[in-house]
Design a binder for this molecule. Structure first.
Ligand code: HEC
Length: 132
């Protein structure tokens, strides 16, 4: 009776699997660093996996009005930045933007959870997203 696996092909298979895994991690690292360069916060890989929230001109208009009321004194009326950063082309996911608006950033940006409900936050996110 012969041995079911020959040791050499098995070793080669492990080596190939290791190489594939290693290059996948390396690619992830490159993509992440590239995004980090153009954004303030460390983005997550979700940005590439997540479908973007549906948007419309009406939603963006509503978001802009809310932005002028709540955010413009820090991010500038045209969102090009003042005390807060320029929000054009932020390389983060919609969920990340919504989280920042909801929770704020300690010592940097207030939480808007009490002021804006889910519909407002969807509109604000659509507006920030439209600045790309
Ligand atoms: C008190 C000033 C202030 C207000 C008001 C404010 N922000 Fe911010 N925001 C900041 C600062 C400062 C940062 C950057 C924090 C950091 O770099 O750690 C920031 C960061 C952000 C980011 C992340 C940008 C990135 O590249 O990661 C988003 C998105 C954002 N703000 C959206 C908003 C929205 C939308 C509103 C209104 C609902 C708002 N902010 C209101 C000060 C403010």
């Amino acid at each position: 009776m012969s041995f079911p696996f020959k040791p050499a092909p098995l070793g080669a298979a492990f080596l190939a699997a290791g190489l594939a895994l290693g290059s996948a991690f390396a690619l992830g690292g490159i993509l992440q660093r590239q995004a980090a360069r153009s954004s303030h916060q460390q983005p997550t890989m979700e940005h590439w996996l997540e479908p973007t929230t549906p948007t419309s001109p009406a939603l963006i208009t509503k978001g802009r009005a809310l932005f002028l009321d709540s955010c413009a004194h820090c991010h500038g009326a045209d969102a090009t930045g003042d005390e807060g950063p320029d929000l054009h082309g932020v390389q983060v996911s919609d969920r990340y933007i919504a989280n920042i608006i909801t929770r704020g950033i300690p010592h940097e940006m207030p939480s808007f959870a009490k002021k804006h409900g889910a519909a407002d936050i969807t509109a604000l996110t659509a507006y920030v997203r439209s600045l790309e």
